[in-house]
Design a protein around this ligand. Sequence first.
Ligand SMILES: C[S@@+](CC[C@H](N)C(=O)[O-])C[C@H]1O[C@@H](n2cnc3c(N)ncnc32)[C@H](O)[C@@H]1O
Length: 324
Amino acid sequence: MIDYQPLYQALINTKAKPWVKLIPDQLEQIFSINSHGNSAKWLDIIAKLPKLKATTVNLNTGLVKIGNATDINQQTHDLLLEQLQGFHPWRKGPYNIFGIHIDTEWRSDWKWDRLEQHISPLKNRLVLDVGCGNGYHCWRMLGAGASMVVGVDPLLLNVLQFQVIRILYGEAPVYVLPIGLEQIPDSIHTFDTVFSMGVLYHRRSPIDHLLALKECMRPGGELVLETLVIEGDKGEVLIPEGRYAKMRNVWFLPSCETLLGWMRRCGFKNCRVININKTSIEEQRTTEWMQFHSLKEFLDPENLNLSCEGLPAPRRAIIIANAP
Ligand SMILES: C[S@@+](CC[C@H](N)C(=O)[O-])C[C@H]1O[C@@H](n2cnc3c(N)ncnc32)[C@H](O)[C@@H]1O
């Protein structure tokens, strides 16, 4: 099981103290067997994970790697494979766990490659990753030298996938907590770098999301924001009336200029777009570890520039800004 004491100790003497007091209760909810239909099954797998010792780990290449195939015998390999498959669908990665290659739906390493050269070096920084999924990028942030990485994500499967990886990795200053950004108290102003990637378009109030991110950042701290955008001028924003690329919960897709304006209005400084990328069907696809439909089925088969609803196909921008 994960020891959260180092997390509490790192934050208790900061402005995040009011949050530290809430975390034990926030954690308790994931151990309640009623929180999700599969939670009892998943928690049982976690309790039965083999106790393994990785001879090597590597967090600095696209493939987050824990241990080698030769660290475990065939029987343990077969058990671990079955246990990991019990957490299908694996969306963010890839991982290699004791020789088992988890080929996830997303090549999340490609997103990391697009931003890595543009952000302030993470060495010795306290990092918050809002909407971190199963924590793939949290591992890359740790690999980049962060002193501690705290991820938050409200989806139980994501949090438990992270727990599996974290238990197999062993002690490390990286944590994923089962909450949404809204459950972090205001005014904690603690984190040196805050990431929000793939979350803003899911929020009904993007302005409130931006303001809540600012509340987590220390003065001058860095925000790395990644979200869906449209091509267009200042003031333009797409609000899909129904689904977008089959997703039900997509609200605001601004143009980059519109988004920069929102960020400046929220008080962010030095707001700049560092990358725009149209998502490819090589980056988001069905795999053995995510067997449901993926981007190819969400696009117009006759025109890959359109979603299946006839809207502009997914295009993502990465924006960097500073807290005042
Ligand atoms: C598209 S995924 C992005 C995952 C990862 N950040 C990445 O860029 O690959 C969006 C994630 O945000 C999480 N999420 C949705 N609403 C959230 C909220 N209010 N606070 C924090 N996370 C949220 C979802 O559970 C989901 O895992």
